[in-house]
Ligand binder design. Structure first.
Ligand code: GLU
Length: 473
């Protein structure tokens, strides 16, 4: 019987969840689903100095947001690397017992000194294999090193093809530090072996580790997994996305109101393209079509502007009910610019269709509708100064105000009033309504004006126009 494919995602919880990590997770998830295999989530939490339980929870939550969690039968985990420490040590001892690893007592300074003295003649970069045949055992200050065989190591990579490494360029690398703790290279392989991983799909930055890890797999008596190293994500300057410089946290995009479906779709278009002439396609279709072999070798540009435009498309594609529901966390948030008691779902429901077509991120929604839930809008000074700069601004607004005291308070009637004033002064509607918009909403941009004014009602509208006029004169 064919072996069940087992993929894994093995993040180190050392910060917010990186969008590059999310893409790698999606690749593994899709491949596991395509093959009716398993997706293992393993948290590599052995770097005590950088780990934090908060980051682990962040990863688990962000993956669940993307639909990767135990609600799906393909999901397994999370496992924690720290729980497997005994297995890592056991594997190291096995390699030592078989002569595939040896202890060495040289300090970093000793190694540097020897490298310098040899005048760069060492075949192996850095460490020259000094303790290979000294027969040392474990002891204070001793590290365990892997005995790299001669020859070459060929990594068969599903994205990069066959990559050959000359073993002479790989030093006898450390497996156990002098304090006895296993290094990443070893712990990662032992966990993959223990968890019966058949496919390792991960970021390109791990490619240099791969020949070493393949040697460990073989030395421990196992067939290495199928490897795939996917290109990194870069910013506009073509620099690798960095936590310090770029906005990389999945959590942050979620907070801004990027929809999970838009994020998933966008991430999957980085370095890979679905068939057909649109990149915006359902995740089911992506899951059917995705192939590692068609992933591009070059770094992919993580374009925030494009992500937002994907998101706008996804927002427009929602039903009105879905949109209204999706907006609630931003509207009910204590950060919303109104007193919680003033927010009215019925009012928002009325204006929602006008807002849905105008936002790229859900976090933009409160500032589009805040004027409906505040007594007086907070006037944006720059918008106010600009709208009231023309010499006709005050005169026409007074005329509009006067007509508003008597006309029907319906969107059509209100619009007709403003158009009539425009005709009288030979001003186009767009131009003429600028002071009115700022007076009523506080801003120069927002949804079409007359529906919200009708919703606001005569009394509140007149009050706002009067307040703006009072500010002007
Ligand atoms: N824990 C490693 C990292 O976050 C991943 C290693 C792997 O995928 O093999 O970079």
């Amino acid at each position: 019987m064919a072996q069940t494919p087992r993929y894994r995602f093995a993040p180190s919880p050392t910060g917010y969840f990186h969008v590059g990590g999310a893409r790698t997770a999606l690749y593994n998830w899709i491949l596991a689903k395509q093959t009716n295999g398993v997706f293992v989530l393993r948290i590599e939490d052995t770097d005590d100095s950088r780990n934090n339980p908060q980051w682990t929870q962040g990863i688990v939550d962000a993956l669940a947001w993307l639909g990767i969690d135990g609600n799906d039968s393909h999901f397994e985990g999370p496992y924690f690397q720290s729980a497997n420490a005994a297995l890592h040590i056991e594997a190291a001892e096995k390699l030592f017992a078989q002569g595939k690893a040896y202890y060495c007592d040289l300090t970093t300074e000793d190694i540097q000194k020897r490298a310098k003295e040899s005048g760069g003649q060492n075949e192996r970069q850095g460490y020259d294999g000094y303790s290979r045949d000294r027969g040392l055992g474990p002891g204070a200050g001793h590290v365990l090193r892997f005995r790299v065989p001669s020859g070459s190591t060929i990594v068969q990579d599903q994205v990069r093809g066959s990559v050959e490494f000359d073993n002479a360029t790989i030093e006898d690398f450390v497996l156990l530090r002098s304090n006895g703790s296993p290094v990443f290279l070893l712990a990662n392989v032992v966990d993959d072996i223990t968890q019966c991983i058949t496919h390792v799909v991960r970021a390109e930055e791990h490619l240099p580790n791969t020949p070493k890890q393949q040697m460990i797999w073989q030395a421990l008596g196992h067939e290495p997994p199928s490897w795939a190293h996917v290109p990194v994500l870069v910013n506009e300057q073509r620099k690798k996305l960095s936590k310090r410089r770029d906005k990389v946290a999945v959590e942050q995009y979620k907070e801004e109101g990027v929809l999970a479906d838009a994020m998933k779709n966008y991430l999957m278009t980085l370095g890979w393209a679905p068939s057909g002439d649109t990149e915006i396609i359902p995740f089911e279709k992506i899951t059917d079509e995705f192939k590692l072999a068609s992933v591009n070798h070059s770094p992919a540009f993580f374009d925030i502007v494009k992500l937002q435009s994907f998101n706008a498309d996804y927002i427009r594609a929602m039903s009105l009910e879905e949109f209204i529901t999706a907006c609630q966390p931003w509207l009910m948030s204590e950060k919303a610019p109104w007193q919680a008691s003033k927010y009215d779902l019925k009012v928002f429901t009325e204006i929602a269709p006008l807002v849905q077509t105008r936002v790229q991120l859900l976090q933009e929604v409160p500032s589009m509708v805040d004027f409906l839930f505040c007594d007086l809008p907070t006037l944006d000074d720059a918008a106010f100064a600009k709208a009231f700069a023309p010499e006709w601004a005050v005169t026409t607004l007074i005329e509009i105000r006067d007509s508003f005291t008597a006309c029907d308070f319906t969107p059509d009637a209100l619009k007709a009033v403003v158009e009539a004033v425009g005709e009288k002064h030979s001003l186009k509607l767009g131009k003429l309504q600028a002071p009115l918009r700022v007076a009523v909403t506080g801003r120069s941009v927002g949804p079409p004006l007359f529906e919200p004014i009708a919703m606001l009602g005569r009394e509140a509208t007149l009050k706002r126009i009067d307040a703006a006029l009072a500010k002007k004169v």
